[in-house]
Design a protein around this ligand. Structure first.
Ligand code: SAM
Length: 396
């Protein structure tokens, strides 16, 4: 190690010591980048680690990820008592797992300190205990819908033609599921437990996708009481319209439309989230938009599910029914031009697997332009990558 590298290590260690004096605890939110002293500690590890140690730790971590997912599916984490210890034999019996297999899996997580083994018995750490609870419900869909297919990406790319790899119906996800030719949503609609997992995950990253506070939806209020004001395309179970109407009560529910696939519309009918008066419409967003001349067509967390060609196709279904002052509002992460956050990077890799994409401002400009739209403004939520891309018809 050179003198330069040693002094860099010393400087970073001093910075961490300084930051730890004002450290007030780690974030309890999922997918939020940690506090500065954690970031600096990671930089320190990167400086100290040799390339061989880096590769070793990466391989061990990847294996630990699969092991933790397995321990959740075997109900092992959920069976370890709190507080207290459980022997291998009792844990194996309670989870109907072979003791020899269980011991090998648990060795991976006791080595890392995720679980503690003492006197031939196992007990939780505060981290493994969190996985046994709601955190496991967030980790599992990231693993099932992202990591599982991503791990096979080199193999996928070696067997797919370039054209096939561009289509969402031949995405790493559909290929890995053995269901090419269908859309991700068609496949997931037959898997209620996994759909529920994705829904739980999406509700738990809402702090990174605020509903209000950065765009004035009051601008949409129309003097014409008959005019549709807010069409929520792929609007989900109704939580978005509910929050927006709550924050902007001048918008009348009767002038709002929730559009989605049949099963989601059914969900929206039963959850009771939607204010009375909102119209519900079964609609495939890749077909002609049925509501003409709305003040705004709103797409929240929809564009990132789609590749460029599909997003252009979706927008081209809206353009012909827009009035001269209609807006398309795309509420999404708009990637920072420098390094991405953990959230958008993880999200982009999951989207890569299902044929979607997180986008930069330039990426949005390109797809909107191809669809016949132009960006009027970008409204970012303070300190977040999330925001609204406000677009209107391109003037001839
Ligand atoms: C990630 S969710 C976003 C839901 C909601 N906009 C939100 O912000 O929470 C994507 C939505 O697109 C809907 N969707 C998927 N394919 C669709 C299609 N072909 N036509 C209409 N909606 C579709 C899904 O049912 C789902 O509700």
């Amino acid at each position: 190690m050179t003198i330069d590298e040693l002094s860099q290590i010393e400087a970073l260690a001093a910075e961490i010591a300084e930051l730890s004096r004002t450290f007030e605890g780690s974030s309890q939110h999922f997918m939020v980048d940690g506090p500065p002293c954690l970031k600096k500690s990671e930089e320190l590890v990167a400086l100290i680690q040799s390339p061989a140690e880096h590769a070793t730790s990466l391989i061990a971590k990847t294996m630990e990820t699969a092991v933790i997912r397995t321990l959740l599916s075997l109900n092992v984490l959920q069976t370890i008592p709190t507080p207290g210890y459980i022997s291998l034999q009792d844990l194996a019996a309670a989870t109907e797992t072979q003791p020899y297999l269980l011991e090998r899996l648990l060795r991976v997580v006791t080595r890392s300190g995720f679980i503690i083994r003492e006197n031939e018995a196992y007990c939780h750490t505060h981290t493994s205990l969190a996985y046994a609870g709601p955190l496991g419900g967030l980790f599992t869909p990231c693993y099932d819908e992202g990591i599982r297919a991503l791990i096979r990406l080199p193999e996928y790319l070696s067997v797919k033609s370039k054209e096939e790899a561009k289509s969402a119906m031949h995405s790493p996800f559909t290929w890995n599921e053995g269901q090419e030719g269908k859309t991700t949503f068609e496949i997931l609609s037959k898997m209620p437990a996994r759909t529920k997992g994705i829904h739980t995950l999406s509700m738990n990253v809402q702090h990174l996708r605020p509903y209000a506070g950065f765009f004035d939806f009051n601008e949409l209020v129309s003097k014409d009481p008959e005019r549709p004001v807010f069409v929520d395309v792929g609007g989900g179970n109704g939580h978005v319209i509910k929050e927006i109407l709550q924050a902007f009560p001048r918008i009348r529910p009767e002038q709002c439309v929730l559009e989605d696939r049949a099963e989601t519309i059914e969900l929206a009918r039963t959850t009771g989230l939607l204010p009375a008066g909102v119209q519900l419409l079964e609609h495939d967003y890749l077909t002609r938009q049925p509501i003409s001349n709305a003040k705004a067509y709103h797409l929240r967390a929809v564009a990132y599910n789609l590749g460029d060609a599909e997003l252009v196709q979706l927008l081209k279904q809206i353009v012909p029914v827009m009035g001269p002052d209609s807006k398309v509002l795309i509420a999404e992460n708009i990637l920072f031009s420098d390094n991405g956050t953990t959230f958008s990077t993880v999200s982009d890799m999951i989207m890569l697997c299902i044929g979607g994409k997180e986008r930069t401002e330039r990426n949005f400009r390109e797809v909107l332009d191809e669809a016949g739209l132009t960006i009027d403004s970008i409204h970012r939520a303070s300190g977040l990558e999330f925001g609204i891309v406000e677009a209107s018809l391109k003037m001839p």
